[in-house]
Design a protein around this ligand. Structure first.
Ligand code: NAD
Ligand code: MG
Length: 394
């Protein structure tokens, strides 16, 4: 029986994780759940899964949550508030696996704490890895933690790696990674029309049902840019070894090209419970609840090269990793601020890459030697991006 902590339990990945865990009560016990502010759903999850610790990151919502559980069957649950308590949940002694499913930089410290504590880290929160890069990967090596990718593409790549492969190592004889992308909702929209895209249109993804931020990232393809950086780190490869491939049907979730000409692909329906179940059961397998793939309804699979003019965010991500140091953290922070401003209708869809590029140009890159430097640069990039947005909207 393994204990699990879910960071970001109320999000899209958190909910799918609990769905899979509930199918295997003999193998997993929910020890801790964390959320930011959806306390109605959090209460339902507590009644169903009976965690011993709950963390609500937003302090006011935590107080409201404590009132809410009084008089219920889970009145005795230990409830902590605030961002610092997230790391406590992720490092409890009886937690073996941590699902890192907080969105954005807010997930960095608890996810890194889990890695340092030697937990099995199931990584959905790609922003945490993009920001902290080698520091995160080194923490995994030093503690002997297992790091298992949840992002469907990286999970697919992991599954196409040689037997007994562990993340962080370059797989012998793997020449290239073919990182697939659906191309999002605007793959065929005339480039001149992208300026009019609304938040509602941007979050309506054709193949996947996800949180708002990652849905906008999929529409700009910054998601694929972050994933390219994530792949370099997880599989110890160079950016030029990662080929992004637009595959609109999302049946193949990525491929590994070996030196003998073999290309291994992982396929399945677009259902995040598949990579989640894979990582939870690893190195075994168990049921995920996903529908089996009906290969006869697939009919065809298309593959296209991405166009940097349509998707400038992808170009910026390559630029950030090639620059190295703290630039991926700057890229990520600028993107978080720009996406938020777009969702709040302060800037246009096409302003997102403009804000990120200006921010990257304004900030001098530093060596990413310590977590403090990374957090400093993250903060600076947020300030600079907000200033750029003020200029754009004046
Ligand atoms: P979501 O918006 O649905 O959920 C985010 C979760 O994080 C929620 O539980 C929320 O309460 C919590 N959270 C948000 N801000 C927080 C803060 N400041 N402090 C503490 N907790 C906070 O997002 P999602 O779609 O589930 O994505 C989560 C992560 O997984 C992201 O990094 C995303 O890129 C990655 N991911 C998601 C999918 C998907 O299909 N949804 C696929 C691959 C990777
Ligand atoms: Mg993905």
């Amino acid at each position: 029986m393994k204990g699990i902590c879910i960071l970001g339990a109320t999000g899209s990945i958190g909910v799918s994780t609990l769905d899979v865990v509930a199918r295997h009560p003999d193998l997993y016990k929910v020890v801790a759940l964390t959320a930011n502010n959806n306390i109605d759903l959090l209460l339902e999850q507590c009644l169903r899964h009976r965690p011993e610790l709950v963390v609500v990151a937003d302090e006011a919502k935590a107080a409201a949550f404590k009132e809410k559980i009084a008089g219920t069957a889970v009145a005795g649950t230990n409830v902590l508030a605030g961002a610092d308590a997230l790391a406590e949940a992720a490092t409890l002694d009886n937690v073996d696996s941590v699902m890192a499913a907080i969105v954005g930089a807010a997930g960095l410290l608890p996810t890194l704490a889990a890695a340092k504590a030697g937990k099995t880290v199931l990584l959905a929160n790609k922003e945490a890895l993009v920001m902290s890069g080698d520091i995160f990967m080194q923490a995994v090596v030093d503690s002997g933690a297992h790091l298992l990718p949840i992002d469907s593409e990286h999970n697919a790549i992991f599954q196409c790696m040689p037997a007994a492969y562990e993340t962080g190592v370059s797989a012998k004889a793997a020449r290239r990674i073919l990182l697939t992308a659906s191309g999002g909702p605007f793959r065929q929209t005339p480039v001149a029309d992208l300026v009019h895209v609304t938040p509602e249109q941007a979050v309506a993804h054709p193949n996947w049902d996800m949180g708002k931020k990652i849905s906008v990232d999929s529409a700009t393809m910054m998601n694929k840019g972050l994933e390219m950086i994530e792949a370099c780190l997880l599989f110890n490869m160079k950016p030029e070894q990662i080929q992004v491939v637009i595959h609109p049907q999302s049946v193949i979730h990525s491929m590994v090209d070996y030196i003998d000409g073999t290309v291994l692909a992982q396929m399945g329906n677009p259902d995040m419970r598949i990579p989640i179940a894979h990582a939870l059961a690893w190195p075994e397998r168990f049921e995920s609840g996903a529908e089996p793939l009906n290969i006869f309804t697939v009919r065809r699979m298309d593959f296209e090269e991405p166009n940097f003019e349509r998707f400038p965010c992808l170009r910026l991500a390559y630029k950030a990793i090639e620059t190295g140091g703290t630039m991926p953290a700057v890229l990520n922070a600028a993107n978080e601020i720009a996406v938020d401003a777009f969702l709040n209708r302060r800037v246009r869809f096409t302003d997102i890459p403009v804000i990120i590029e200006r921010c990257m140009e304004a900030i001098e890159v530093k060596a990413a030697d310590s977590l403090e430097i990374i957090l400093d640069q993250d903060k600076l990039a947020r300030t600079v991006s907000n200033r750029i947005i003020d200029q754009l909207t004046r």
